[in-house]
Design a protein around this ligand. Structure first.
Ligand code: NAD
Length: 498
């Protein structure tokens, strides 16, 4: 697949046709209002498509379609083995259409084409395949109530599941929710972020091609405060599962409280600490990984290791090494297969991210690398990989999620101070520590208040492990078998034997 050159990808991009209307009841439809919005590419500023701007009436139609499909059992009543077969076919279609999906993702949200192919497409297909493989191997339970009774504990699908997702990994974030939801028999309504609607629409079309019945997988495109809010407040949605900012995550809890107390799952923001202890034997290796932990995906990562907490004894060396890596990871054309850093998602976000350079200076941090806009002549949204040094943990660049390629380096005196600073945040998504000592590793892992703790690595990942946050980073877990807990209800059926 990677045999394509940048010129090949550009030629394919020029010929690409995008799906741009909502997908309801197995068909592409305009928004009831006829309204659309522009999908603009951050690669070069070109308009890719006019996308349906859905609102409450469209959401009502999508939810009604999902409800009908759920009630008549066209998907839920199939055996787990049958659902498995269809979802495996879907995963295979994602793979065979991988180049088109990857190219669409790159054009729509700016990530390098090599990452879109090797990470986004692969992980999305793998996620659907993994939950497909799991669903016919999970047993229900009988409780140990004694000989006179049988108390069965069974799992049932929630019903109509809404998924509201962000733009940084549009397909993967959707797959983490849709795969366990569909495998367990729910009908779904997906609302992609308005910055990245296009792959969701193609996925829905492929789902029907794979054999997922019409009405089981619906997509409403549109804005958060209209389409997203309508899903959150809908009286006939049984659960809403959200990935995005903590601020909007809190709104979804309010929507549930104001409507039908639907189940809410939240995967929210982070300001994750990455601790390098001075005694660690491979400081350069740790520094290089730390650079990847903030610069990968243009820093648009909920788990980004955005606060690097370093013991003073190795501080200078670590910053030098990271600045050297930054110099080799300058933004490039996302359609060039050798590019490692692409474009930020859009102009608004780019301006917000660059605003943190001023905040860093005003608060007294120094700029050890980057800090400028890049590739201005392209018409796209590019920012240099940036390192803020001598950051104190109360500065804005240490407290607020930047969601761009900007690292805050916080020097500390010792391991004890490092642990304290690491936990001094409202977030709790990921954390890491670099140490050769097994005792220190375990102690840190226990102390760090985060859903994922990495020791001598960062962002190690597999679909088999849970993903989610402590504190204001969220509620519940995506991935792994634990994700089924979110998309199923437990039912106790008690039978008195005569
Ligand atoms: P966002 O919260 O602005 O938007 C996420 C989704 O919510 C979008 O679909 C958006 O349209 C919708 N939305 C926005 N306002 C809404 C409203 N008032 N009512 C209902 N829906 C609304 O987030 P974003 O900018 O798209 O993504 C970046 C954020 O996502 C970061 O905070 C990042 O940390 C987080 N994120 C978290 C994870 C995780 O798994 N924890 C993964 C990826 C991204």
């Amino acid at each position: 697949m990677n045999a394509f050159t940048a010129a090949d990808w550009h030629a394919r991009a020029d010929a690409l046709q995008f799906r741009n209307r909502a997908f309801i009841d197995g068909r592409f439809v305009d928004a009831v209002s006829g309204e659309t919005f522009e999908a603009t590419s951050p690669v070069d500023g070109r308009v890719l498509a006019e996308v349906a701007a859905c609102d409450r009436e469209d959401v009502d139609r999508a939810v009604a379609s999902a409800r009908r499909a759920f009630e008549d059992g066209r998907w839920r009543s199939r055996t787990p083995a049958e659902r498995k077969r269809v979802l495996l076919a879907f995963a295979e279609l994602i793979r065979t259409n991988g180049e088109e999906l990857a190219l669409t993702e790159t054009l729509d949200m700016g990530k390098p084409i090599s990452d879109a192919l090797s990470i986004d497409v692969r992980a999305t297909a793998n996620c659907f395949a993994w939950y497909a493989e799991a669903i016919d191997k999970i047993y229900d339970e009988i409780a140990p109530t004694g000989e006179a009774d049988i108390a069965m504990i069974t799992r049932e699908p929630l019903g109509v599941v809404a998924a509201v997702v962000p733009w940084n990994f549009p397909m993967i974030m959707a797959a983490w929710k849709l795969a366990p939801a569909l495998a367990s028999g729910n009908s779904v309504v997906l609302k992609p972020a308005e910055q990245s609607s296009l792959t969701a629409l193609r996925l829905a079309e492929l789902a029907v091609e794979a054999g997922i019945p019409e009405g089981v997988f619906n997509v409403v495109t549109g804005f958060g405060p209209t389409a997203g809010k309508a899903l959150g407040l809908h009286m006939d949605v049984d659960g809403v599962f959200f990935t995005g900012s903590t601020e909007v995550g809190k709104l979804f809890m309010q929507y549930a409280g104001q409507s039908n107390l639907k189940k809410v799952g939240l995967e929210c923001g982070g300001k994750s600490p990455n601790v390098i202890l001075g005694s660690y034997s491979d400081i350069d290796g740790a520094a290089e990984t730390a650079a990847g932990a903030i610069f990968f995906n243009q820093g648009e990562m909920c788990t980004a290791g955005s606060r690097l907490i370093v013991e003073r004894s190795v501080h200078e060396r670590v910053v030098e090494r990271i600045a050297a890596v930054a110099a080799t990871r300058q933004p490039g054309d996302p359609l060039n297969p050798s590019t490692q850093m692409g474009a930020l998602v859009d102009e608004t976000h780019t301006k917000r991210v660059l605003g943190f350079v001023d905040a860093a200076r005003e608060d007294g941090a120094t700029i050890a690398a980057g800090g400028e806009r890049a590739r201005v002549e392209s018409g796209g949204c590019y920012v240099q990989p940036t390192v803020f040094d001598n950051v104190a943990n109360d500065m804005r660049v240490a407290r607020e999620e930047i969601f761009g390629p900007m690292l805050s380096v916080i020097p500390v005196d010792d391991a004890e101070e490092a642990a304290k600073v690491a936990n001094d945040t409202c977030y709790g998504l990921a954390a890491a520590v670099w140490t050769d000592d097994i005792n220190t590793a375990h102690k840190f892992a226990r102390t760090l208040r985060a859903g994922m703790v990495y020791v001598n690595c960062y962002d190690a990942d597999d679909i088999s492990v849970p993903f989610g946050g402590y504190k204001q980073s969220g509620i519940g877990r995506d991935k792994s078998l634990h994700a089924f807990d979110k998309y199923t209800e437990l039912k106790t059926t008690w039978i008195k034997l005569r």
